[in-house]
Write a protein that binds this ligand. Structure first.
Ligand SMILES: *Cc1c(COP(=O)(O)O)cnc(C)c1O
Length: 468
């Protein structure tokens, strides 16, 4: 076996590498110094591979092998880093993959807001300065029964702003079992603490009683807080104090009841067989004074945080100077208004908002889509892979309906000579990357989160990964 120092001598020189790249029409638009930096990074990577033995023959370093790899590497380096991916995970509100896809109406609204000037903060009636919140407040109130509303950058900002306004320097009572860490090691309690409110945790992790809240109330108490436990569930010997009970305690002591709903829905999911998440309207009707929720979880809109409820609490929140630092941008506002308008007709919302559409897909529809995808893949891959379908489960994601499996039909791939892990690795390097999941040692695609028009692309990507 050749020694590393022998192999180093077979590396192409930088001049040869650059000449090769110069001739590549796909790289013509890439500035020369970026091309050179990427080539340097590639050659460093190859040197490291020689050192640790992953490259151990001269054949692996032949120009015919290495130069195409170099070109592919430099092309990837020249691509935008933030890119489209194909989501075949079956997790509909996948935070790592961008949460909700927007309805076509919302996409159009974003385009308009970007291409032209707008009445973002301009009152067309008076010809004077207006408020950016005016565009969605009435709509949010109509859809939820709230008296007032505002929207900010995201739900974490909504929670921060709510507590900073209503509870700063005072105590807010919350059940210990609701202080959870959600994805990306984001801890609600840490954000809450930054509001300047003092969290008074009550109860044990698994059980909290009305008297726990009641006993914790002092003249320092500003509010009672309920937090959705998101993708975390305490199962077994548990007790939570319901909103109606909190309302009673709040009334007895003259305290507002606040609820961070997390996902938050404007759509009655029980109509499609998903139970257990009250709508924002129901939450308000049960007595919450202020509710916060995300725009891009099961609501199916852009990243945003909604704060809504009683006018006497919302008004001071609107006036908090922190609001300026957390404000929503015009693209988001455009997308949010367009999305919310669809909810004026629930049937239309279900049809037009991709997140709702994917969650509402029927068993038969999914089985049909899986069969169609499998047929297409068999045609594309021939004998290179075994393609089959089997029952499986999708997830809502985003912390809503935790522990709820949505029945689906998966498309499974088995590729002789290629482990599921290796296939997955190749697919992540594809253009666009394809993200699936591995179950029972097989690579699986869930048709729920793939769009119809993506099927041919999925087939092409898989073909390129399996039949190089
Ligand atoms: C998701 C979530 C948040 C954060 O919402 P973002 O819109 O991601 O900022 C806060 N609280 C709960 C309970 C959540 O589920």
């Amino acid at each position: 076996m050749p020694t590393p120092s022998t192999l180093f001598r077979h590396l192409p020189s930088m001049d040869v590498a650059l000449q090769h790249l110069e001739a590549d029409p796909l790289l013509a638009a890439l500035p020369r110094d970026l091309r050179k930096d990427a080539a340097t990074a590639f050659l460093d990577m190859v040197r490291a591979a020689i050192k640790d033995g992953r490259i151990n023959s001269e054949a692996q370093l032949a120009d015919a092998v290495l130069l195409p790899q170099l070109a592919a590497f430099v092309r990837r380096a020249g691509q935008p880093h933030f890119c489209r991916v194909l989501n075949a995970t079956g997790v509909v509100v996948h935070t790592n993959l961008g949460r909700s896809l927007l309805a076509e109406e919302a996409i159009q609204a974003v385009t308009q807001a970007n291409r032209y000037y707008s009445n973002l903060e301009f009152d067309l009636d008076s010809g004077e300065r207006g408020s950016r919140y005016s565009h969605v407040e009435a709509l949010v109130c109509r859809l939820t029964g709230a008296e007032a509303a505002l929207v900010v950058n995201n739900n974490a900002a909504a929670v921060l702003l709510m507590l900073a306004t209503l509870c700063q320097g005072q105590e807010v009572i919350v059940s210990r079992g609701q202080l959870v860490e959600i994805g990306g090691s984001f801890r609600i309690p840490d954000v809450m603490a930054r509001s300047g409110a003092i969290l008074r945790e009550v109860g044990a992790t698994n059980r909290t009683h009305p008297r726990d809240y009641e006993n914790a109330i002092t003249d320092q108490t500003a509010a009672l807080l309920k937090v959705h436990t998101s993708n975390f569930r305490i199962i077994g010997f548990t007790k939570e104090v319901g909103l109606a009970e909190l309302r009673e305690i709040g009334d007895r002591h003259g305290l507002p009841v606040l609820e961070d709903l997390g996902s938050g829905t404007f759509f009655d999911f029980s109509s499609i067989g998903l139970h257990g998440e009250p709508t924002v309207r129901e939450t308000l009707a049960q007595g919450a004074d202020v509710v916060t929720c995300s725009g891009d979880k099961v609501l199916g809109g852009p990243q945003a945080g909604l704060i809504l409820g009683r006018k006497r609490y919302i008004d001071p929140i609107k006036k908090n100077p922190l609001n300026r630092a957390l404000r929503i941008d015009k693209m988001t506002l455009a997308a949010l208004e367009a999305t919310l308008r669809l909810y004026l007709d629930p049937a239309r919302a279900r049809e037009r908002i991709p997140t709702l559409r994917m969650l509402a897909m029927t068993h038969e529809e999914l089985a049909r889509n899986a069969a169609r995808l499998a047929r297409r893949l068999r045609r594309e891959l021939g004998t290179a892979a075994t393609v089959s379908t089997c029952p499986g489960a999708s997830r809502v994601g985003g912390g809503a309906f935790p522990e709820r499996d949505l029945p689906t039909t998966l498309v499974e791939l088995q590729v002789p000579g290629l482990s599921p892990d290796e296939l997955q690795r190749r697919l992540l390097e594809a253009e666009p990357p394809l993200v699936g999941r591995i179950e029972r040692n097989r690579f699986c695609l869930d048709p729920r989160t793939l769009q119809h028009e993506e099927v041919p692309l999925v087939a092409t990507v898989l073909r390129a990964a399996i039949i190089p």
